[in-house]
Write a new protein. Structure first.
Lengths: 177, 402
């Protein structure tokens, strides 16, 4: 199984419900976020184009955080997601320094945390917290190998892009337009 | 076991012996250590909120000092190379004193890592090696290895001399040569830790490791010049002027190379003015009105240039006071340029484009000062124990030896 997230950027309205849902579901501490919404306006008035993206850890296939972690606390899970084992984390923050997306933060207990792709929910057959509350169904999570899944259908449209592709991290979170 | 026991007790006795100025110096260091210890306890109690570190700038004063000190430890090899590779007799006499500096400085490095990771028990997590991909794992291995090597070499030489024997070359010279390569490796690995991070364009430069070594080989010998002068004047160590002159020559060359590397980096970043130059612009001129680091980096450049002028101008370096001012300028200049001047701009702007200024909190300042004082205390005590053995005044009594 290869879990991926595919976000339909045309549907996203920037309501930030995903941000609030994640904070509640994962007890994200004050001042920290596991996902966030980036709004970018391009062009000159009146020909303006607005892009809205709900961003998070990209669960990269070539993750610099996993390479840089001195203890293997940041690791690939069998399903393709990147996870942090808090019992192995030294708190050295090399992963934060190496992440091109600013996806990680230090928890009050001293270990590093980030988006887990809600694997605790996915494993029980439930959608991620952000996916569940998204009012426009912009967010979809699933198995890339399952041809009938929403993520596979969206990826087959062939217009998928990733954040900061020049970092060479091979993200598993894609955006379609 | 008896000679070893005598070696330890005799060394401890040497450490406790000293004049009024020695005790004032020790009391001064202990006061800073106490302040640093109290600040560290405060940090342990309230957490990293006591520091000014944030998720945007997760590495600050502690890692900046760590990076600089790894270089200082590697710089000690600059005494060893001329002594053992080129058979420079003047430096041969002081090699042990240089390697003791490496021992003291590496202890400081490990202390800076310990305070930086928060809870001290997490240091044990480093035992789970993510080898060979993680540069931090390499750093843990090479730093501890270098500490062990230097502790062995100095311990062996001093102990055999204490016992009245001549150290056997085959028992330490191979390790000396290993330590030479190892010294280059510790600072290269530390540089690779930074330059391997593709997410931080400011560090993602091939010049970083060579620049690290050049600046380390300028700051390390500068500190040795001051330390050796003190050992000569205060402890009667028969130091040849030739040894100091050789170190002066080394700093003259390495400081010029360091400035050239720094200039090459500035040129590459700023001439094409690509967006990756934002960090360098933040460092040198400020970005979006944030100019926190600007006065520091230009002071560092001025100090480096001043040191380079002193070390290359005969009329200046012949006067001890000016030479020592040049040494101090090299030590402080490289400390700013390679410490805060390198670490902080790597995080600015953040991946999402935010500019977050960082200056160390009072707690970070006190903890850092406490660690520096601890290093100075360790080096002072090691010198107090080693110099009498090198001079031949501290020896195992004949009946104990038999």
């Amino acid at each position: 199984m290869r879990r991926v997230m595919v976000i339909d950027a045309r549907r996203c309205v920037g309501c930030e419900a995903c941000v609030v849902a994640c904070k509640t579901e994962n007890h994200v501490p004050d001042g920290a976020y596991r996902d966030w919404v980036v709004q970018e306006t391009r062009g000159e008035y009146p020909s303006l184009e607005l892009t809205i993206q709900s961003q998070r850890c990209n669960h990269c296939s070539n993750a610099p955080c996993v390479a840089n972690c001195p203890t293997g606390a940041s690791h690939y899970r069998g399903d393709g997601t990147v996870q942090v084992d808090r019992d192995k984390c030294t708190g050295c923050r090399a992963c934060i320094a190496s992440c091109p997306y600013g996806a990680r933060y230090v928890a009050p207990e001293g270990h590093v945390e980030k988006c887990t792709l809600c694997v605790h929910r996915l494993d029980r057959g439930k959608p991620t917290a952000c996916e569940e509350v998204c009012p426009t169904s912009a967010i979809a999570t699933g198995d890339r190998g399952d041809r009938g899944s929403v993520v596979a259908l969206r990826l087959r449209r062939g217009t998928a892009s990733v954040v900061t592709p020049e970092a060479g991290t091979e993200p598993n979170v894609s955006y379609v337009r | 076991m008896l000679p070893l026991f005598r070696f330890v007790t005799s060394s401890l006795r040497s450490m406790l012996r000293g004049g009024r100025s020695y005790y004032i110096w020790i009391a001064f260091l202990l006061a800073w250590i106490a302040l640093g210890g109290a600040a560290y306890l405060h940090q342990l109690r309230v957490g990293f909120v006591a520091t000014n570190l944030v998720d945007h700038v997760p590495w600050g004063a502690y890692i900046a000092n760590f990076t600089y000190l790894v270089g200082m430890a590697a710089g000690a090899v600059m005494l060893v190379i001329p002594a053992y590779v080129y058979h420079d007799h003047a430096l041969h006499d002081v090699v042990v004193l240089g390697e003791l500096l490496a021992v003291a400085v590496l202890t400081m490095c490990l202390m800076f890592v310990m305070v930086d990771i928060g809870r001290p028990d997490r240091i044990w997590h480093f035992i789970r090696f993510n080898w060979p991909v993680s540069m931090l794992t390499w750093d843990v291995i090479v730093l501890n290895g270098y500490l062990a090597l230097n502790a062995y070499i100095t311990g062996y030489i001093l102990f055999t001399k204490f016992c009245g024997r001549t150290p056997e070359r085959k028992k330490y010279v191979p390790f000396v040569f290993l330590a030479i390569g190892w010294a280059v490796s510790i600072h290269t690995v530390t540089a690779f830790l930074y330059s391997g991070m593709g997410a931080r364009p400011h560090w993602n430069a091939a010049i970083l490791a060579p620049r690290f070594l050049a600046s380390a080989f300028a700051a390390g010998p500068s500190l040795m010049i001051i330390a050796l002068t003190i050992v000569r004047d205060k402890m009667g160590f028969p130091l040849k002027d030739e040894a100091l002159n050789r170190l002066r020559q080394i700093v003259a060359v390495t400081m010029l190379i360091n400035l050239f590397f720094f200039f090459s980096e500035i040129f590459t970043e700023l001439y094409s003015f690509k967006h990756h130059a934002a960090s360098m612009r933040y460092l040198l001129f400020g970005l979006h009105g944030h100019t926190t680091l600007v006065p520091y980096i230009w002071s560092a450049v001025a100090l480096d240039v001043f040191a380079a002028i002193v070390f290359t101008t005969k009329a200046l370096y012949r006067r001890p006071a000016v030479l020592h001012a040049g040494c101090a300028a090299a030590i402080v200049g490289v400390w700013v340029e390679k410490g805060m001047g390198l670490v902080i701009p790597g995080f600015v702007p953040s991946p999402l484009g935010e500019v977050v200024d960082y200056i160390p909190s009072f707690t970070e300042f006190c903890v850092s000062a406490g660690i520096w004082a601890t290093g100075a205390l360790i080096y002072t005590l090691l010198l107090k124990a080693a110099v009498p053995i090198e001079l031949g005044t501290s020896r195992l009594e004949p009946e104990a030896a038999s």
